[in-house]
Design a protein around this ligand. Structure first.
Ligand code: MG
Length: 393
């Protein structure tokens, strides 16, 4: 009956460091507990259920309309990534890495699927504008904390509670996958073990994210003609090395195909290096349990020093030549103008907000309620709101 599926054997890791997948009485069983207790599902484990809850969330669907790197320029190409397709690429890397290492693959997949759910429209430019607007009110915008608010409060899919009632492990990972939060400054996050490192399933999301967007943004940057193959080969050794290998293997191939071959090898090599480093680090530190991951002297998930140096160099190149390229200045300026103008207008007159958001002004204050409204929008939705706002002036 069963179709054989030959695959490389898992790297030798002790299964005890994986987050357990079923609620149990063990000290780690609490990670699959939910805020509101629910009966176990007959065949879906807690983290598999969380994957379903995230996939069916409105905020997840809105990722399709949110900028990853390209905003209006992106509309001119059918191929540049949205936050949704970026998210799916991160999920692929994270799921495979977790399964290969003997970690909890459904937990890693759930965390990857939810990792960008808190991002505002217009990519980094939109986030920066929203953060600056809030800072004028003594507040700030943090996409991880916003993601937590989405899954614990803003999503409405259940009759008896607000939010998605995700497991503790997924909520902890949403908060801590990419950075640490000091417990003194964030008493509201006290249930997320702020004085401990997150499980490996969460730690590897940050690297899966880096690997996914490094390779994808080179491809999309070439597609948008902001990056050039010649300049990449001159200034990004990580890419140039794989490109040269592809040239040797396929001397007659067109440059765009060689570039694709190079990017595939780059992604594969970075992901393999990440898995090997995690396995090695676990061995070096003698880690045998999840608790030892949590109390380790440093995060376990990282690339090898030489690969990290190449990754960091490639990322610096992308900052200088793509993310902060003058070619994108106009759309970044537009993003800032739209976000800041709407924020100012709605904060000054919250009655312009839809009724459910007006109700939140009373609870949270206008700046936060307006920021939450803006952060949820897709690029197209905020553009429409901006046009209506300008017509009303
Ligand atoms: Mg991401």
């Amino acid at each position: 009956m069963k179709v054989p599926d030959a695959a490389s054997p898992p790297l030798a890791l002790l299964p005890a460091i994986a987050v357990p997948d079923a609620a149990s009485e063990s000290p780690n069983g609490q990670l699959s507990q939910r805020t509101y207790s629910e009966a176990a599902h007959p065949y879906r484990s807690p983290f598999v259920r969380d994957i379903g809850r995230i996939l069916h969330a409105k905020a997840f669907r809105r990722l399709a309309g949110k900028t990853q790197v390209f905003t209006r320029r992106g509309a001119e190409s059918d191929h540049s990534r949205s936050r949704l397709t970026h998210t799916l690429e991160v999920a692929q890397i994270a799921r495979i890495a977790a399964a290969t290492l003997g970690l909890n693959a459904p937990l890693a997949e759930a965390l990857a699927l939810v990792h960008d759910i808190g991002h505002p429209p217009f990519g980094h430019a939109g986030e920066k504008a929203l953060d600056e607007a809030l800072q004028a009110h003594g507040l700030g915008f943090d996409h991880n904390l916003h993601a937590l608010r989405i899954v614990t409060s803003f999503e409405e899919r259940y009759a008896v509670f607000r939010g998605l009632n995700l497991t503790l492990a997924v909520r902890e990972g949403i908060v801590k996958h990419s950075r640490d939060y000091a417990s003194e400054q964030h008493p509201e996050l006290s249930e997320y073990f702020l004085d401990q490192l997150p499980p490996l399933e969460a730690q590897l999301i940050d690297l899966a994210d880096e690997i996914a967007y490094l390779t994808a943004d080179i491809e999309d940057g070439l597609g948008a003609s902001i990056l050039t193959l010649a300049d990449l080969r001159d200034h990004v050794p990580l890419f140039a090395g794989f490109y040269a290998e592809a040239q040797r293997a396929y001397p007659a191939a067109e440059p765009n195909l060689l570039s694709n071959e190079a990017l595939k090898q780059m992604l594969n090599t970075l992901a393999t290096d990440l898995m090997q480093q995690i396995a090695e680090e676990v061995q070096t530190l003698g880690i045998q349990t999840l608790q030892e991951i949590r109390s380790a002297p440093r995060r376990i998930a990282h690339l090898s020093p030489s690969m990290e140096e190449k990754r960091s160099q490639a990322k610096s190149y992308l900052y200088a030549n793509l993310y902060l390229s003058p070619a994108l200045d106009a759309e970044h300026d537009h993003a800032e103008e739209v976000v800041k103008s709407l924020f100012a207008a709605w904060t000054a007159d919250p009655e312009l907000l839809p009724p459910d958001h007006q109700a939140r002004v009373l609870k949270e204050g206008a700046p936060r309620a307006v920021a939450d409204y803006i952060a949820g929008m897709t690029d197209a939705y905020i553009e429409q709101a901006w046009l209506r706002h300008k017509e009303s002036l």
